[in-house]
Design a binder for this molecule. Sequence first.
Ligand code: NAD
Ligand code: WQD
Length: 341
Amino acid sequence: MQKTVLVTGGTGYIGSHTAVELMQKSYNVVIVDSLENSELSVLDGIEKITSQKPKFEQADLAERNATLKLFEKYPNIDAVIHFAAYKAVGESVAFPLKYYRNNLNSLMNVLEAMALHEVKNLVFSSSCTVYGQPDVLPVTEQTPIQEANSPYGNTKQISEEIIRDFLHVTPSIQAIALRYFNPIGAHESALIGELPIGVPNNLVPFITQTAAGLRKELSVFGDDYQTPDGSAIRDYIHVVDLALAHVKAIDRLFNGEAKKTIEHFNLGTGKGVSVLECIQSFEKVTGLKLPYKMAARRPGDVEQIWANTSFANQELQWQTQRSLDDAMLSAWNWEKRIRKI
Ligand code: NAD
Ligand code: WQD
């Protein structure tokens, strides 16, 4: 029988791409989102790609009653992918309670509702931010977690602990925490992509908005890091590859292959790329010249991090298939479509 996956935060950036891949693998998808950081029009994009409209509910999962009601309305949920969270690091420093309240309450409400309704499978959106600046690169899932450098990062660490502790007393639930590195790019169709509200927080939307003329120039934060070209290094993963890893994680849970009550997986490409290399890739695939200047380091940034992805490659039978160039081109095609360029 067709399985049903509840995708929380499913009109958001990663959630919408994952909903598409799930639907294309014949999963039945229910999306719930508060629409605080996304738009209803995302559902049209999903429908155009998949020729189906996913079921959608607007609800704030940080509200316990709304969450319980949602699970009552959909009694046949087989798995939850919990994307819904606030994600702006800087904002979390300014408004820590807002972040703890939203990110932790929504998770606890979802866990409570899952237990009540005997939903057995959870995939949780975690982040490479839990590793801070690791001593040894690339980072494996065994790399020690470091003290979080923002309330946002702390919500991811605490969330993983909440899941671990809850599953300890609720062994019927299995969970996979996916630690994303830096998701970038958009669906190849340019029908869905990243829609930052206000000033973007992340590098690639900043690049595409600068190229689109919305911003004068890009500041490259830091030119004196101990890296080959002096700019900071990250592991940028195409959002469609990331979405496909969620399908594999869901398959793993449904196939009963998960080995522990909570498993952790790094999701990246396994390759470190500098900010200047990102700019070069963007310029190469678009043929545009990006205005940028070197600037001071951004407070709180780590110098370099990239993933060892062996565990995900083996256990999820998953590999990234898209390059940095593919991601940059898709991000630009998406920016052009939304700006009508
Ligand atoms: P996003 O903001 O595009 O999507 C999150 C969605 O959740 C939004 O549509 C928002 O409206 C919704 N939401 C927030 N709080 C909610 C609530 N209480 N109830 C219902 N809906 C709520 O973010 P994204 O980039 O798609 O990130 C998805 C998840 O992945 C988040 O948990 C984020 O922390 C995590 N993550 C993101 C990145 C990244 O760089 N994008 C990296 C690592 C981890
Ligand atoms: C990447 C690189 C910047 C903007 C953040 C969160 C992390 C995770 C992923 C959720 C850095 C540089 C950026 C600009 C620049 N999210 N940069 N000019 O900082 O690796 O991680 O998103 O879990 O928790 O902290 O991503 O895209 O902001 O930055 O030079 O205008 O680009 O300094 O080196 P980051 P990012």
